[in-house]
Design a protein around this ligand. Structure first.
Ligand code: NOJ
Length: 765
């Protein structure tokens, strides 16, 4: 991506010159001896620190190139450098590249009194330079190994560029496709979300954080950001304890159990308390109940935003509230650095609060091995070798094809024939090399994705004709700017597309959202195909009904017309660097699609929030009158349910068995089912298990995912898939936040989507 901060870069240059004249190297990195534990080393170091230096560890500044929040107000690059040299900065974000990181790190370790290294953070959301699919897409693979591997690739590249901390994974559960950030998460379900969270943490952090190619992960945004009212960014969240404990918190807890080193809090308030200032979330639950010993970073200036929320009257009060509540590090908020030392000296904030925060931050730095070698991530040879290499492209291609979901394939239009078929490729996204990169890709280069056109040309150049028909956007696009959608029809362009479609055997149309229509600050009020795309689709349909619609989008879309009329629909999200190759492999049948939706697709935006694990209500049934829970102008059912996804083959489920019908609370319940590939292609199936707790002290959803397994079957072969249910799967959080298992009757469902009807029952006595 282009950098827009020429002015601050200049200031930075001047600051570097200035810093170059300063003191000689200090030899104070050797803290204690090798045999001392990290805790002992931290204690020693802490005893040497002034209050200002402690506050410094809790202060994080944005760098001078990329911005991922409101740009800092003019002139503070110089201040930042001065603070850096004083030891008043513990971390920087958006500094990348070995040369740049080496320079800021050099100042931290050689020019400050104590020489404490910086931890360098960056939003490595779905890759660094080589991009994987957006996280929502990856979750659609339900392939935890592939997801872990994708995070491993991202960590390898990012660490080679000087970064040792990623602000990922985002583990926010969301039921609202209007919210732009659903692209960054794993969808609507806490069980799938927890598994994906753990796979990502493992991928980033590896098995040993001190290795030079592993980086600290950050589970964000703690908590409930995904429940922003009306899907509007940075908004109020008002949810009850049941939703908080059963839906929102489980993926965070799973990340903590997977030893995630950091968490980020959030811009939203929860039930009237901006979460950055929530002791309940950060002290009582996270650091208390869950025993988390890493640190919490604020979101970008979210401590400062306590003032706009009306929770703090000024920066001083904001600092007091956030530090006391357990926000350990202030991201680009200037609140701690300006206020906290004085608050401690005045006795308003206890020094132990600082000590606790600093201990947590130092621990992660020690675990990363930064005290042993602060420049371990700054090797230019490693940078050159590891970023964008062939192996990484193969890995992201692998996860990209696994992320594709076949929503519909009515007349078996897919797979396409590799020869003898005249194919028209149409649509504004069909030859786009930028949009498939998705949002959150600051370190990648624009226009570097393989387009669908390029991918398909590898199969059959001769019978493939491309016409874009319309443009989706007007002008340049950028991460920090709104996308302008084109609404003016170019008649000759559209006519060329229609003519091409008329002459084809099959039309492949690539439509959807631009990559920058989702992500942070990209909420929408509609979920339809933006701009002129619906019109283009209908015009092409009028001349040729054999359409394969390939969707590129960062959120569920409401495509009711398409679902009714278009025979084949492929959900291809934004798949990253290898997008077009992955899509072409699926279209031509070299990869049999295996993805399943991690989020419900609504019929229309009015159904949102719509999700599979809803409550039954007191009036669930259709009666011969109007008094039941429904709409008068739309069905209740979604367009495509959670867990849905087809294959070029078919699967049959038989022999559904449970090892008994009455169990006690501590029993392990064994469930099995035989799955057979009854079609003609080898294929993968995600076998899903859902339960329903029929009567409980707090009502339970009609279905809850409690297990899944990804299997591969050759045609005509079968596999018996086994699941074990224990109290972890059977219990739930009550309204005090306690996990309980209750006696009673349960239903259990197994199948290839959340809409499966294959059912058994058992009881807990
Ligand atoms: C704000 C976003 O909410 C957060 O997810 C991100 O990590 C920070 N900016 C840093 O870029």
């Amino acid at each position: 991506m282009k950098h827009h901060l020429r002015k601050t870069t200049l200031i930075y240059g001047a600051a570097l010159l200035f810093s170059g004249c300063l003191s000689e190297k200090k030899d104070n990195l050797m803290i204690g001896t090798k045999s001392e534990t990290i805790s002992e080393k931290i204690t020693q170091l802490l005893s040497k620190m002034t209050i200002e230096e402690k506050v410094g560890q809790m202060n994080q500044y944005n760098g001078f190139w990329d911005v991922t929040g409101p740009a800092p107000k003019g002139g503070n690059a110089k201040t930042k450098y001065e603070h850096l040299k004083k030891g008043w900065v513990g971390s920087m974000l958006n500094v990348r590249g070995t040369e740049n990181v080496r320079e800021v790190q050099r100042i931290a370790v050689q020019e400050t009194r104590l020489g404490i290294p910086l931890i360098i953070g960056f939003d490595v959301i779905h890759g660094y330079k080589t991009l994987s699919p957006i996280p929502l897409a990856e979750a659609a693979s339900w392939d935890l190994k592939a997801i872990e591997n994708s995070a491993r690739v991202a960590a390898t590249e990012a660490s080679a560029a000087g970064i040792n901390w990623t602000f990922a994974p985002m583990v926010d559960i969301s039921r609202d496709a209007r919210w732009g950030r659903v692209m960054e998460g794993a969808g609507e379900d806490p069980y799938l979300g927890s598994k994906v969270a753990q796979a990502r943490v493992k991928g980033f952090q590896g098995d040993d954080l001190s290795k030079p190619n592993t980086i600290a992960a950050c589970a964000k945004h703690f908590a409930a950001y995904g429940f922003s009212e009306a899907g509007k960014e940075y908004n109020t969240v008002d949810i009850g304890t049941s939703t908080l404990h059963n839906m929102v918190l489980p993926p965070f807890k799973a990340a903590v159990n997977a030893d995630v080193k950091t968490l980020m809090n959030s811009f939203n308030e929860l039930n009237g308390v901006p979460v950055t200032g929530s002791s309940y979330l950060q002290r009582d639950i996270l650091k208390g109940k869950w025993n988390f010993n890493g640190f919490v970073v604020s979101d970008w200036a979210s401590i400062n935003e306590l003032i706009s929320w009306g929770r703090a009257k000024d920066k001083k009060e904001a600092a007091e509230i956030a530090a006391t509540a357990g926000s350990d590090m202030d991201m680009e908020g200037y609140v701690y650095v300006e206020e906290l030392a004085k608050l401690v000296k005045d006795g308003v904030v206890k020094e132990e609060i600082l000590d606790d925060a600093v201990r947590r931050i130092l621990r992660v730095k020690f675990e990363l091995g930064l005290f042993d070698d602060p420049f371990k991530y700054c090797d230019p040879a490693n940078e050159k070798e590891n970023i964008g290499n062939q192996k990484h492209h193969e890995a992201v291609l692998d996860v990209a094809k696994k992320s594709i979901v076949l929503l519909k394939n009515e007349d078996n239009l897919l797979p396409l024939k590799k020869e003898g078929q005249k194919i028209a490729l149409i649509g504004p996204l069909a030859n786009d090399k930028n949009s498939p990169l998705g949002s959150w890709r600051l370190a990648s280069d624009d226009n570097t994705a393989v387009s669908v056109y390029e991918g398909m040309q590898k199969y059959d150049k001769n019978s493939l004709t491309f016409e874009k028909g319309i443009d989706l956007v007007v002008g340049d696009v950028a991460f920090t700017q709104p996308v302008k959608i084109n609404t003016s029809l170019n008649v000759s362009e559209i006519n060329k597309a229609i003519q091409t479609a008329k002459n084809a055997d099959v039309v492949v149309m690539v439509l959807g959202e631009h990559g920058f229509q989702s992500g942070e600050a990209r909420s929408r009020t509609t979920l339809d195909l933006p701009g002129l795309q619906q019109e283009l689709l209908e015009k092409v349909y009028a001349v040729n009904k054999n359409i394969v619609l390939v969707l590129n989008n960062g959120r569920p879309l409401a495509i009711e017309w398409a679902a009714e009329h278009i025979p084949t629909i492929v959900e291809a999200w934004q798949l990253g660097s290898q997008s077009g190759n992955a899509i072409a492999q699926v279209l031509y049948g070299d990869y049999n699609p295996s993805g399943k939706l991690p989020m419900t697709f609504p019929r229309n935006v009015g159904q949102v929030p719509i999700y599979y694990n809803y409550k039954n209500t007191g009036r669930p049934n259709q009666e011969p009158h109007v008094f039941w829970s429904h709409y008068i102008d739309s069905e209740n059912t979604p367009l495509f349910p959670f867990g849905h996804g087809l294959s070029y083959t078919t699967f049959e489920y038989n022999d559904f068995k449970i090892n008994g019908s009455n169990f006690s609370k501590n029993d392990s319940i064994k469930v099995s089912v035989k799955v057979t590939n009854t079609g003609t292609y080898e294929g993968k199936e995600v076998v899903q298990l859902y339960i329903r707790d029929l009567v409980a002290s707090v009502t339970r959803p009609v279905r809850e995912l409690k297990g899944f397994e990804l299997i591969n079957l050759a045609p005509g072969t079968s596999k018996v898939v086994e699941f074990t249910l224990t109290k972890d799967e059977l219990g739930f959080y009550n309204n005090n936040g306690d996990f309980i298992v209750e006696t009673g009757d349960f239903e259990i469902f197994i199948g290839g989507s959340s809409a499966t009807t294959l059912k058994e029952t058992f009881s807990i006595k």
